[in-house]
Design a protein around this ligand. Structure first.
Ligand SMILES: Cc1cc2nc3c(=O)[nH]c(=O)nc-3n(C[C@H](O)[C@H](O)[C@H](O)COP(=O)(O)OP(=O)(O)OC[C@H]3O[C@@H](n4cnc5c(N)ncnc54)[C@H](O)[C@@H]3O)c2cc1C
Length: 345
C-alpha cells in the first residue's frame, strides 16, 4: 500500500499535522518509535498563544501560568505578565491528549532510513517498511527526515533538568504561577517551572562549549535564588536532551518532504520554547502537503512564505546566545533591553 502522507514522529508537531489531515480528510500514516503515553524531557510551559491551536481541558493542565519572570545580572528582575493565562503541563499527559483526539492512532515503528523511489518514498522501519508519496518529518532533534534532506542545525544546546516534588502550597508561596528564566551563566541559561506539587529546574548550554552539564546544574541549584525554593523538596527525576538553538533551518524541505518542530529547528532560542512552534509548523506542513498532492507547487517557496506569515521565521537567530549571553556583561545589556521592552508593553 502507498499512503498519501507519512508523518514520522507523533510529538506535538506530528500530532498537530495529523489533526489537520483528519480535518482535511486525507489518508495518512503516523509512526512513532515510542508507545504513548511517553515522556519527553521538557519544562512543559505553554504560553497563551497555544489556545489558538488547541483547547486544553482542565485535567490536562498541571498549573496555570500568568507570565515570565526573567532574572539577570546584577540583581535585575523583569516580569512580563500575559494578557490571559497560559499553562504548564506534564508532557506525558499533554502529548497523549493530542494523540487521543486523532482519527488515526500512531503505529509503533522506528524509521531508520528514507529512500526516494520516484513516485513515492520508502521509509525503512524497524517493524515494517512504509511507502508514502509525501513525508512530514516531525521526528525531533535527531530527525531521520532532516538527515535525508542533508540539512543541519547550526547551534544545539545540551540541557539537563531535575524534577522535584514539593507540597503544592509551598510551590505556590515560593514561585506561584510564574515561569522563571535565569540569565546567569555563560552561553546558556537556567529555568524553573512550577508544577502543581513540584518544580522542574534545568539549564541549557551551547553544546560546542562542551559543558559539564550535570555539574553546572548542581551549581545552579546552589544559587541563592534557587536554594530556598527547593528547601525540603525531594528529587524524583532527572533527564537530559538537546534543544535546537538557532531557529528554523535554512533548508526545511526537499522533494516532497517537509520538516516541522524540533526536526526543523522551530524553537525560540531565548527560552527554549518549542511546543507551540512545533504544532504551528506541523499544521502548516499538513495543509501544504495536502495541497501539493493535488497540485504541485514550489514547496520550498510556499512553505517559507506560510511560515513567514505565521511569524515562525522570526525565530531564526543563529547567534542569539553569543550576542546576548556570552558573558555577564552581555547578559546585563540584554536584561536592560528586556526591561525597556517590558516598560513599553
Ligand atoms: C529540557 C527541555 C525543556 C523544554 N521546555 C520547554 C517548555 O517548557 N516549553 C516549550 O514550549 N518547549 C520546551 N522545550 C522544547 C520542546 O520540548 C520541543 O520543542 C518540542 O517537544 C518539539 O516537539 P516535536 O513534536 O517537534 O518533537 P518531540 O516532542 O521530540 O517529538 C518527536 C517524536 O518523534 C519520535 N521519533 C523520533 N525519532 C523517530 C524515528 N526515527 N522514528 C519514529 N519516531 C521517531 C519520538 O519518539 C517523539 O515522540 C524543552 C526542551 C527541553 C529539552
Amino acid at each position: 500500500m502507498i499512503h498519501d502522507i507519512a508523518i514520522i514522529g507523533a510529538g506535538p508537531a506530528g500530532a498537530m499535522a495529523a489533526s489537520k489531515l483528519d480535518e482535511l480528510g486525507v489518508d495518512y500514516i503516523l509512526l512513532d518509535k515510542a508507545e504513548f503515553p511517553r515522556n519527553k524531557p521538557c519544562a512543559g510551559v505553554l504560553s497563551p498563544k497555544i489556545h489558538s491551536l488547541v483547547q486544553i481541558p482542565e485535567e490536562v493542565i498541571d498549573r496555570k501560568l500568568v507570565g515570565y519572570r526573567v532574572h539577570g545580572p546584577p540583581d535585575a528582575i523583569v516580569e512580563s505578565k500575559f494578557p490571559e493565562p497560559g499553562c504548564i503541563v506534564q508532557r506525558s499527559i499533554f502529548d497523549n491528549y493530542l494523540i487521543e483526539r486523532l482519527k488515526t492512532k500512531p503505529v509503533i515503528n522506528q524509521a531508520s532510513e528514507i529512500k526516494d523511489e520516484g513516485e513515492h518514498y520508502l521509509i525503512k522501519g524497524r517493524t515494517e517498511d512504509i511507502k508514502a508519496r509525501f513525508i512530514i518529518g516531525a521526528d525531533g532533534t535527531g530527525s531521520i527526515a532532516r538527515k535525508f534532506i542533508g540539512s543541519k542545525s547550526s547551534k544545539i544546546a545540551i540541557s539537563a533538568q531535575y524534577e522535584f516534588s514539593l507540597d503544592e502550597e509551598k510551590v505556590s508561596q515560593r514561585v506561584g504561577n510564574w515561569f522563571e528564566v535565569f540569565y546567569l551563566m555563560e552561553y546558556g541559561y537556567g529555568w524553573l517551572s512550577p508544577m502543581k506539587d513540584g518544580m522542574k529546574i534545568g539549564i541549557g548550554i551551547l553544546a560546542d562549549k562542551k559543558p559539564d552539564i550535570w555539574g553546572m546544574l548542581d551549581k545552579f541549584l546552589d544559587n541563592s535564588l534557587i536554594r530556598p525554593k527547593i528547601h525540603q523538596a525531594t528529587l524524583i527525576n532527572k533527564e537530559a536532551h538537546s534543544i535546537p538553538m538557532s531557529g528554523p533551518l535554512d533548508t526545511l524541505s526537499s522533494g516532497r518532504i517537509l520538516l516541522t518542530g524540533d526536526a526543523g529547528g522551530f524553537v525560540y532560542p531565548g527560552t527554549g520554547e518549542g511546543i507551540y512552534y512545533a504544532m504551528k509548523s506541523g499544521q502548516i506542513a499538513a495543509e501544504l502537503a495536502y495541497e501539493n498532492l493535488a497540485n504541485q507547487t514550489n514547496l520550498d517557496d510556499e512553505y517559507n512564505k506560510r511560515l513567514e506569515a505565521a511569524g515562525l521565521l522570526s525565530l531564526r537567530d543563529a547567534d542569539f546566545i553569543e550576542k546576548n549571553l556570552a558573558s555577564p556583561e552581555h547578559a546585563e545589556r540584554y536584561i536592560k533591553k528586556l526591561k525597556f521592552l517590558a516598560s513599553r508593553s
